[in-house]
Design a protein around this ligand. Structure first.
Ligand code: ASP
Length: 440
């Protein structure tokens, strides 16, 4: 085996939801000696309508907080793990761990502690089943006093620890605070742990195994049978995920991106599919101008009009200052000569709507100001757009042919995305029209 070729592999909750799924995971891990570090999630749903162990643990914590008995719900959690152990025919027992955890839960040791036990117990089983060492994430993943992830300390200690283990399982989702208590990342955070482990082990690849064969060019609920995305850059992915495409936790990108390690999204249930490769750079491959289309509904446009606005120094700054004072982020800022529009999330605007309008009036004394809701944003993303002339025209033409009115258009100066604003009812038809125009 080439010891320089390390791969970190992370398995999501559905990949480890039952004994049958564990068997698939073992086949995948043992198929390549390079797959040395394994990061598991907690057992997820086995069928639609099933409950994830993490959610059961949160309810367990809440039940204990109300001072009620957790016997029944904790019994169900034990049952989930025991059925995996039995199904795999393992001789191990988690009795000691269950006892410890139950006592801690009764003593309300913390919501994050409760949630983290899902990954902890699953990691114990997986390590035993694979014959790998078990490294408790609490000993190698660290948070700062203010709750943010401490990447330098983690990287130093985790790298040193990994060097002591040729093969190891490191549970995802949690780490520890400076005082030793357990803290978790946000939901779906095992993706982040995988990325951190990949960086600390200088892996050549971070494989993220889930229940889909990578990213699709568009949401399959909108476009019938969309093509898969074979290669995507981190930047393109960031644009698409921001606009609603989800498979990977957003924060999982940063550690591996920093180290230039590609991520390969793979399907545990279809291990022969190549999935999507996420890379730092990708030379133009001529495989199509756009990489993907995503979007979101629920935006509002604040339009401010004032004659000679273009000559009034500090106009834009004063408008944005109002948003900042009201705690609002803005999404886009399309402007004309005497108009300025600010696109914001309708839900975020709702509690401060009157204050925002009133304060803008005071700050810049506009001739007119209006707020219109019901805007949807569609992002057309593609690294090859830089080279292709006329992409914006093709996008607009496709949408116009579908008789959809474009309320706003914005192209980032890096030219990897074009954002269109359309009425919410035109959202799905606009995505379909653009997809059909670019994908044959
Ligand atoms: N088990 C955690 C969750 O359900 C973390 C993860 O699966 O990544 O959010």
């Amino acid at each position: 085996m080439n010891h320089n070729m390390i791969k970190t592999v992370k398995f999501g909750g559905s990949s480890l939801a039952s004994a049958e799924q564990f068997v698939k995971v073992r086949d995948i891990v043992l198929a390549q000696a390079e797959r040395r570090y394994v990061v598991p999630s907690a057992p997820g749903k086995r069928f639609s309508g099933d409950t994830k162990v993490t959610d059961m643990l949160y309810s367990c914590y809440e039940t204990a907080s109300r001072g009620e008995s957790i016997k029944e719900i904790f019994g169900q959690i034990r049952q989930r793990y025991d059925s995996i152990i039995e199904g795999l025919g393992l001789s191990m027992s988690l009795e000691k761990e269950y006892e410890e955890i139950e006592v801690a839960l009764i003593h309300k040791t913390g919501r994050d502690y409760a949630a983290s036990r899902g990954e902890y117990l699953n990691g114990k089983i997986l390590a035993n089943y694979l014959g790998f060492d078990f490294i408790d994430a609490a000993d190698v993943i660290f948070f700062r006093e203010d709750g943010t992830f401490d990447s330098d300390r983690t990287n130093e200690i985790l790298s040193a620890e990994l060097q002591r283990h040729e093969y190891a399982v490191i549970p995802g989702f949690y780490g520890s605070m400076p005082n030793g208590t357990i803290k978790t990342f946000s939901r779906g955070g095992s993706d982040i742990t995988g990325s951190i482990v990949a960086r600390a082990s200088s892996s050549v690849l971070y494989e993220n195994w889930t229940d889909v064969s990578g990213f699709l060019m568009a949401d399959p609920r909108i476009v019938e049978n969309p093509n898969p995305i074979e290669i995507i850059t981190y930047r393109e992915l960031r644009e698409l995920s921001y606009m609603g495409a989800t498979v990977l936790h957003e924060d999982a990108i940063f550690p591996v991106r920093m180290a230039g390690i590609p991520i390969n999204i793979r399907n545990t249930n279809k291990p022969d599919d190549e999935g999507t490769m996420i890379v730092s750079h990708c030379p133009p491959d001529g495989k199509g101008v756009i990489t993907g289309i995503a979007g979101k509904k629920g935006f509002s446009v604040i339009t401010i009009e004032k004659d000679m606005m273009n000559q009034e120094k500090g106009f834009g700054r004063r408008v944005l200052q109002v948003l900042e004072n009201c705690g609002l982020c803005f999404e886009h800022l399309p402007s004309g000569i005497d108009t300025m529009s600010v696109v914001v999330s309708t839900a975020d605007l709702a509690p401060v709507r009157e204050m925002v309008v009133g304060s803008i009036c005071t700050a810049v004394e506009p001739d007119a100001i209006s707020v219109e809701d019901g805007l949807a944003l569609v992002a057309v993303v593609g690294r090859n757009m830089v080279k292709a002339t006329g992409t914006a025209a093709r996008v607009c033409h496709a949408v116009a042919r579908a008789e959809i009115n474009i309320r706003m258009i914005d192209q980032g100066s890096d030219e990897i995305n074009i954002i269109l604003g359309v009425n919410e009812e035109d959202f799905e038809p606009a995505i379909r029209a653009i997809y059909d125009r670019f994908v044959f």
